[in-house]
Design a protein around this ligand. Structure first.
Ligand code: PEP
Ligand code: MG
Length: 559
């Protein structure tokens, strides 16, 4: 048995014969052409054909893996006509008289080297894209047919590094898993493998030898382990895991489109938490009912300077339109504490978690808040937007923030800029103060969403960043659960809804409790939607109601 360790980038277990990807090798001939103009035209025809092929691939990727995957090939289409790239090819052909195949190869290599030398990981990864595009054009010039697996049975595919277009062109019915010696977890190939649901392991280096070809390999995309000729015990263990994962996914897939209703008719909305517009694909893929928390600060964290109103507007608009009218709750800027941004130049604090953060920054620096609110209201014309303020402790903070909303709306009206008049405004309940005065707060907002990560931290006076606190940070503590119950009751007394968007929302041990106290919405990571739906559908609220609440409140072991 040979064991190899790589990095798992797409979960699942697969077993089958190992097959090394055969690239259609075209030896590039180099020669001087007699008619440089005709050679240039030959290149232009091949380039046009490559762009057409990439268009077909984009549609294939869209159908198999969604808009984000399609975007990759649309970007390749643009890169194939990039001015610098084309000028370099033109120079090689028209000035040096080089044949088109060699000209494209050389220009591609120069551009790929330039990308590879960049510091930024994103640009580094683009080197593979340029090589991919050049290979396609050269293949067309040489009359080579791209890709394919020459095997009658499905295989675990090994390669040095698969180009994205190679990944998407492969006949999926022939592929059980991927192993690459190179690659990065954020490469498009890894993303495509994940969205296509094929187990994938990258970065095994030179441990994978060509003499292993044809031998049985088992890959575990969760742990990154590759086993060749597994012994009986390992094989049995991994096959059991595989069967369990497949069964679980099949069961979960059957839940797509099903309502989140308990056995005795209690319904809860299951929404998703996202950090950037690209995550919407995962929300829809996992059948999330909406977005319950878009952490907008990630837009700020990804920028080197304050993101402009237009930049933010485009991002919010994309999320709202991609969600096709389903509710999207966007939380206003929540930085400070663990999320520091240099260009904000926030002074160093002794206790940043208790300091100038989130809504406090927005109220102290209204120009930043105003820019975000304008972008949000402008985007509201494109879907069902709700706005949510983080880290509230007092009613006056909410009133001041809402006043800003009114003033922004008045401004937009005066400027003739459209926005929806149906935007709900709610708050996160993350401080014990907000929970305790939730009866008052409920009178001034449209909804509550409980941020249990911070609520636990502040209620138990336990730093959520400090791993050493271990068992002291207990989100199941009755103090936290009592506050959640209180907040839900106060919300309902005022006729507003109450959700949970902290990690606790996905905690299946508490689903019964949350249903029994009448939580209206649970917002969780996209992958948690179906397991949570399953749990909700198995629950019988009436049977547990009285007992459960009583138990929780009198659990002397955790009190
Ligand atoms: C929370 O505090 O529970 C929450 C959802 O917000 P964040 O984790 O982003 O602080
Ligand atoms: Mg929080």
């Amino acid at each position: 048995m040979i064991s190899i360790q790589g990095k798992g980038v797409s979960t699942g277990v697969a077993a089958g014969p190992l097959y090394f990807y055969q690239r259609a090798k075209s030896t590039i001939r180099r020669y001087e052409v007699a008619d440089r103009e005709a050679e240039w035209e030959r290149f232009k025809a091949a380039q046009a054909k490559a762009i057409d092929q990439l268009g077909v691939l984009a549609e294939k990727a869209r159908a198999e893996a969604g808009d984000e995957a399609a975007l990759l090939f649309e970007t390749h289409q643009m890169m194939a006509e990039d001015m610098d790239y084309e000028e370099a090819i033109e120079g090689f052909i028209k000035e040096s008289g080089l044949n088109a195949e060699a000209a494209v190869t050389d220009a591609g290599a120069i551009q790929a080297d330039a990308f590879a030398a960049m510091d930024d990981d994103y640009f580094k990864a683009r080197a593979a894209d340029v090589k991919d595009i050049s290979g396609r054009i050269v293949g067309i010039l040489c009359g080579v047919v791209q890709g394919g697996i020459d095997s009658d049975v499905p295989v675990v595919l090994a390669a040095d590094d698969l180009a994205p277009s190679e990944t998407v062109q492969l006949d999926k019915s022939k592929i059980l898993g991927f192993i690459t010696s190179g690659g990065s977890g954020s490469s498009h190939t890894a993303i495509l493998a994940r969205t296509m649901g094929i187990p994938a392991i990258i970065g095994v280096g030179d441990q994978l030898k060509s003499e292993y070809e044809g031998r049985e390999v088992i890959v575990d995309g969760g742990t990154g382990s590759v086993v060749i000729d597994a012994d009986e015990e390992t094989r049995e263990r991994l096959m059991k895991k595989r069967a369990e994962l497949i069964k679980r996914q099949e069961l979960l897939n059957q839940l797509k489109g099903q309502p989140n209703v308990s056995k005795d008719g209690h319904e809860v909305r299951i929404y998703c938490n996202i950090g950037n517009p690209e995550d919407v694909h995962a929300v829809l893929e996992n059948d999330g009912g909406g977005i319950g928390l878009f952490r907008s600060e990630f837009l700020y964290l990804n920028c080197d300077d304050y993101p402009t109103e237009d930049y933010q507007f485009e991002a919010y608009k994309k999320v709202l339109s991609d969600m096709g009218g389903k509710e999207v709750v966007i939380r206003t800027l929540d930085i400070g504490a663990d999320k520091m941004i240099e260009y904000f130049q926030l002074p160093k604090e002794e206790n940043p978690a208790l300091g100038n953060r989130a809504l406090r920054i927005c109220l102290n620096r209204p120009e930043i808040f105003r820019t975000q609110l304008r972008a949000l209201y402008r985007a509201s014309a494109y879907g069902k937007l709700s706005i949510m303020f983080p880290m509230v402790a007092s009613v006056w903070e909410v009133k001041e923030a809402k006043k800003m909303c009114e003033s922004v709306k008045a401004e937009l009206t005066a400027e003739g800029i459209p926005f929806s008049d149906d935007v709900d405004v709610g708050i996160m309940i993350e401080t014990p103060a907000a929970a305790v005065i939730s009866d008052r707060l409920a009178k001034v907002v449209d909804f509550f969403s409980i941020g249990t990560n911070d609520l636990t931290q502040y209620t138990l006076a336990c730093d959520r960043q400090n791993n050493d606190l271990g068992r002291f940070f207990n989100a199941h503590h009755p103090a936290v659960l009592r506050l959640i119950k209180l907040v839900a009751e106060n919300a309902h007394k005022e006729g507003i809804w109450c959700g949970i968007c902290g990690e606790l929302g996905a905690d299946l041990e508490l689903t019964e409790t949350f249903l029994s106290i009448g939580i209206d919405e649970l917002s969780v990571s996209p992958r948690s939607v179906l397991p949570l739906r399953q749990k909700v559908r198995e629950t019988e609220v009436a049977a547990v109601k009285e007992k459960l609440i009583d138990d929780l409140m009198s659990d002397m072991n955790t009190l």
